[in-house]
Write a protein that binds this ligand. Structure first.
Ligand SMILES: Cc1cc2nc3c(=O)[nH]c(=O)nc-3n(C[C@H](O)[C@H](O)[C@H](O)COP(=O)(O)O)c2cc1C
Length: 186
């Protein structure tokens, strides 16, 4: 039986929402539940061990507004035993000092709260000056998409990233039983 995973996204003007549908279309290795972050609460996160989170970045490095509203709660989620992939929408030229910062903001909470992150993505080919989404100069925590400047690359990036996710999630799907889940909250 296919494992369940949750896709949780937030989108101000609908771009991330559209991209979410494209990403979901490429994922045939999970039974997916897709939700807007404005529709979920902390208890929702206790129902899954696998997540794909999507968001855009706004106003000089801020989380997308629904993620912003949920963030205080998000910080209390225990991610032990959970594996998460993140995709972020941004504008690398217009906001080059804050490119997909939201990806980094979520990633740091997930790691701090015991989770694992898959789907790290190369920075090669992007042109920006700073980002909170950087693990190091060569890698983002998750997929970077720029519909403002490079929509022509999006389809290829999604295809490559979802193939990568299939392989990387597999390791944690196999190991799932090793984890114990004591509580949902930290
Ligand atoms: C006022 C404004 C502020 C923005 N701030 C950032 C930012 O700080 N970093 C970034 O990478 N992109 C930034 N963007 C670009 C958006 O993240 C991008 O357009 C995204 O595709 C919007 O997706 P959404 O409609 O799903 O929210 C900004 C866009 C606008 C209009």
């Amino acid at each position: 039986m296919m494992k369940k995973a949750a896709v949780v996204f937030g989108s101000d003007t609908g771009i991330t929402e559209e991209i979410t549908h494209d990403i979901v279309d490429h994922i045939d290795f999970f039974d997916l539940d897709i939700q807007e972050v404005s529709q979920v609460d902390i208890s929702y996160f206790s129902k899954f061990n696998f997540f794909i989170l999507g968001l855009s970045t706004w106003y000089d490095g801020d989380l997308q507004s629904d993620w912003e509203d949920f963030f205080e709660d998000f910080k209390t989620i225990n991610f032990t035993g959970k594996t998460v992939a993140i995709y972020g929408l941004g504008d690398q030229y217009g906001y080059h000092e804050y490119f997909i910062d939201g990806v980094g903001i979520l990633a740091k909470v997930i790691l701090q709260n015991g989770g694992k992150i898959v789907g790290n993505w190369p920075t090669k080919g992007y042109d920006f000056t700073q980002s909170k989404a950087l693990i190091n100069e060569k890698l983002f925590y998750g997929l970077a998409l720029d519909e403002d400047n490079e929509p022509e690359y999006t389809a290829t990036r999604i295809k490559k990233w979802t193939t990568q996710l299939k392989n990387e999630f597999q390791i944690y799907i196999k190991d799932e039983k090793k984890y114990s889940h004591s509580s949902n909250r930290i």
